[in-house]
Design a protein around this ligand. Structure first.
Ligand code: SF4
Length: 122
């Protein structure tokens, strides 16, 4: 057991770890760094409607509760179809709650809405 082979092993492990770390960062849509550790989507806390960033964008867990006087984007027949679950920034798939690119590290409700809504692509 030579010291040099041990160091070489550590170096290889370090490179492997760094590659895995890059992979973990690339996987942010399904996981995020929370409190210095990787958290999977289902572990992320739900976005608080009272969070200042949520308030600024008029986010509500239930899109029917959106203040359409302040956020007229969600008025009319087309506006009423807008939900987090059909927003291009929603990363929850068919899940009831999922990550959103606008509110990193938290989950939003599929039936929710905010003023950053954009139509699902494809
Ligand atoms: S950006 Fe889209 S998915 Fe995110 S909170 Fe707003 S409407 Fe929902």
């Amino acid at each position: 057991m030579s010291d040099s082979s041990s160091k070489a092993g550590m170096s290889h492990d370090r490179r492997r770890f760094l590659k895995m770390g890059a992979g973990a960062i690339a996987a942010v849509p399904v996981a995020a760094l929370v409190g210095g550790r990787v958290a999977f989507a289902e572990d992320l806390p739900k976005l608080d409607e009272a969070d200042p960033s949520a308030v600024a964008l008029g986010y509500k867990h239930d899109a029917a509760d959106v203040d359409t006087a302040k956020f007229p984007k969600r008025t009319g027949a087309e506006g009423e179809k807008q939900l987090c679950s059909n927003c291009n920034l929603y990363q929850g798939g068919d899940a009831e709650w999922g990550p959103c690119a606008i509110f990193p590290g938290r989950r939003v409700a599929g039936p929710g809405w905010c003023n950053a809504w954009i139509p699902m692509q494809g």
